[in-house]
Design a protein around this ligand. Structure first.
Ligand code: DAH
Length: 338
């Protein structure tokens, strides 16, 4: 009997060593050690043995189980090691890793975020309005007469039914004043649309940042100080800023703002970055009529407004010469900002 066990052990160990994959190894384990396996069947013979024979038989069984288990363990390890080796075959682990492309923000987003950050620190809250606007919000309420050139079909995208793509973000001034009471201190970044031919300085869709401050006793000095501070925060404390008298229907007096641009090897030159002015009392009167209350009574409130070209700010910031680079999505251009 004991010799039978030795034979089973030898056969099992040989079978296990011959296994060439996990599947055949598992089959071997089941056939030798399983509940219905050879060793279990052999041990059933124990009950037919005399008491003297039993200990030796038991010892042989234990020895066989231990030897088979050990053979299984070392074969499992061997198969794993050879699988691991195969999986890295042909791979040169000393090669440097492939570089991961990292994303980056678009230059316009960078400029817009910085402008918002600076102005929010100065107490301006974000406001918003629709890009598909009514003539009322885009022109009439902004004191822009019917025959103003900006309202021309040649300059503005009109929809059937009279709505239009806003030609400036100034419409957000009106929407804000319809829904809030002074003091109001808001900024509204967003897109604006004009029927311009595309060239190095014009796109039919561009980006502005509107500002509006309405309170008691807002003065021209507040407007100038705020915008000068803002532009120096954007472009550096040395930046020269100039307010040039201009005309806008919704502000009086009105100005265009220039910053002096220094490019190495060139004469410094003034570049226009924004329009601004003191809110025209006519605008407050229109708002008051629409609201039917005294919140914007031009006798009691004053305010200033400004509208900046965000594309222009980006072009100044990085010396970009052609506005089209901002919309062409050429990664050779964009990756410089990543
Ligand atoms: N909306 C004007 C434009 O697009 C810019 C502007 C000028 C905005 C004066 C203002 C302002 O708020 O006060 O040309």
């Amino acid at each position: 009997m004991t010799t039978d066990i030795q034979a089973i052990q030898d056969e099992a160990v040989a079978g296990i060593q011959a296994a060439s994959n996990e599947r055949s190894l598992e089959d071997a384990r089941v056939s030798f050690l399983g509940k219905k396996g050879t060793l279990a069947a052999a041990s059933a013979g124990m009950k037919d043995l005399s008491n003297e024979e039993k200990p030796a038989f038991g010892a042989a069984l234990n020895k066989a189980r231990a030897a088979i288990t050990q053979a299984l363990d070392s074969k499992t390890l061997e198969l794993q090691q050879s699988a691991d080796k195969k999986s890295v075959e042909g791979i040169d682990l000393t090669l440097p890793a492939r570089e991961l492309a990292s994303g980056g923000l678009h230059p316009l987003t960078i400029v817009k975020d910085r402008a918002i950050q600076i102005l929010r620190r100065m107490g301006f809250a974000l406001a918003d309005g629709p890009e598909i606007e009514t003539e009322y919000h885009c022109f009439d309420a902004l004191n822009t007469p019917d025959d103003h050139p900006a309202r021309n079909e040649k300059d503005t995208f009109y929809f059937d039914g009279g709505k239009l793509l806003r030609t400036h973000t100034s419409s957000v001034q009106i929407r804000t004043m319809e829904n809030a009471t002074p003091p109001i201190r808001i900024i509204a970044p967003g897109s604006a649309y004009r029927r311009d031919d595309v060239d190095a300085t014009h796109l039919p869709v561009f980006n502005q940042l509107e500002g509006l401050f309405v309170d008691k006793d807002v003065k021209l000095g507040d407007l100038k100080g705020t915008l000068k501070y803002f532009l120096q925060a954007m472009f550096g404390g040395e930046t020269e800023v100039r307010f040039r008298p201009h005309f806008f229907p919704f502000t009086e007096p009105s100005f265009e703002i220039d910053v002096k641009l220094h490019v190495a090897g060139q004469e410094p030159k003034w570049i226009e970055v924004a329009g601004c002015g003191m809110v025209d009392p006519a605008v407050f009167s229109t708002i008051s009529d629409k609201r039917g209350d005294q919140a914007f009574d031009p006798e009691h409130v004053t305010g200033y407004a400004f509208g900046m070209g965000l594309d222009r700010l980006a072009m100044i910031q990085w010396g970009i010469k052609d506005i089209r680079a901002l919309v062409e999505n050429d990664t050779r251009f964009l990756s410089q900002f990543a």
